[in-house]
Design a protein around this ligand. Structure first.
Ligand SMILES: [Zn+2]
Length: 304
């Protein structure tokens, strides 16, 4: 049975964009960046569901950002078997593309993407280098998986390391037959790699935003529609009908606020304004007092 050692985190820049997209009008380039981030994450999560159902003995690490000799490299999925480490990059491209030397070109829009296989090779080299420095000698096998069933790549060269949607089933059959018996050494390697994970890139490219320009509202976690207050205790989504207890909704909003404004203090007044549809300031105070630690007195009280 596989052991999922690390669950996938949502990148912080994607979270910021997701929250901003519901609360302001993003520029076209930011919107593109945001949608491609969501699309990529969707593909990775789909792939995670497949790896969770593997039968062979292996360790799965989902999402790592590592650094070796000042070079950053990102790993979508790492699967540790007894004798080999599988390095997997997942792409969720959709539509018809044409392969051309070092690029893929979307046929309709003519948009060009750098061949992700080149990126994967770079990643493999850097992983090798890192393993060597750490004193591990495993074989690394890397694969590029196109996961979207509506993806077609015309004139793709034959490459056993590239897995197309129609080949995913047989790829997993193959993974299920990898003979594997894990030891403490494999566990140690997994722990070590996870401890080296940097989480997010140090300088994310994000749009400039100000508190004043953002819509103050509670966003539905299911469809990103707008929630309204059914009564003092319950909120409901305008669009999909999702219902949520007021405590849960406010706590979600506080989290969101902290992602967008990590340096700001959480006060009753600011969260009351941020959640706008919660009618009573006392409700906000009660929730903050219940789930957070108050600091300071009276007007200057804030929560951590
Ligand atoms: Zn909804």
């Amino acid at each position: 049975m596989p052991h999922v050692r690390k669950q996938r985190n949502i990148p912080k820049d994607l979270l910021v964009l997701r929250h901003l997209n519901c609360r302001m009008k993003l520029l076209d380039q930011d919107k593109k960046h945001y949608f491609s981030g969501e699309k990529g994450l969707e593909g990775e999560l789909k792939f995670d569901q497949l790896t969770e159902n593997l039968h062979s003995e292996c360790i799965i690490i989902n999402g790592l950002l590592l650094k070796v000799d000042n070079n950053f490299f990102q790993i979508d999925t790492l699967i540790i078997f007894q004798k080999a480490i599988y390095l997997i990059d997942v792409k969720n491209y959709e539509g018809d593309y044409q392969f051309d030397a070092k690029h893929l070109q979307h046929i309709k829009s003519e948009k060009i993407i750098k061949d992700p296989f080149i990126q994967l090779q770079r990643c493999e080299t850097l992983l090798h280098q890192l393993l060597q420095q750490l004193g591990f000698h495993y074989q690394v096998e890397s694969y590029l998986v196109y996961i979207n069933p509506e993806f077609t790549l015309y004139q793709a060269p034959q490459n056993p390391s590239v897995i197309f949607p129609t080949q995913i089933k047989s790829f997993f059959k193959k993974l299920n037959t990898v003979p594997s018996k894990l030891t403490n050494g494999h566990e140690n390697l997994a722990d070590l790699l996870i401890s080296m994970d940097l989480g997010d890139y140090p300088f994310p490219q994000l749009p400039v935003y100000k508190y004043e320009q953002l819509d103050k509202r509670i966003i539905c976690p299911c469809c990103w529609g707008v929630m309204f207050a059914e009564n003092d205790m319950k909120l409901k989504c305008d669009k999909c009908g999702f219902e949520e207890n007021v405590d849960k909704a406010v706590l979600r909003c506080v989290k969101e606020f902290k992602i967008l404004f990590p340096d700001w203090k959480i006060t009753t007044n600011i969260i009351f304004e941020w959640c706008s549809i919660v009618r009573s300031k006392r409700t906000i105070r009660r929730i903050l007092q219940k789930y957070y630690q108050p600091c300071g007195q009276g007007k200057h009280c804030y929560y951590i």
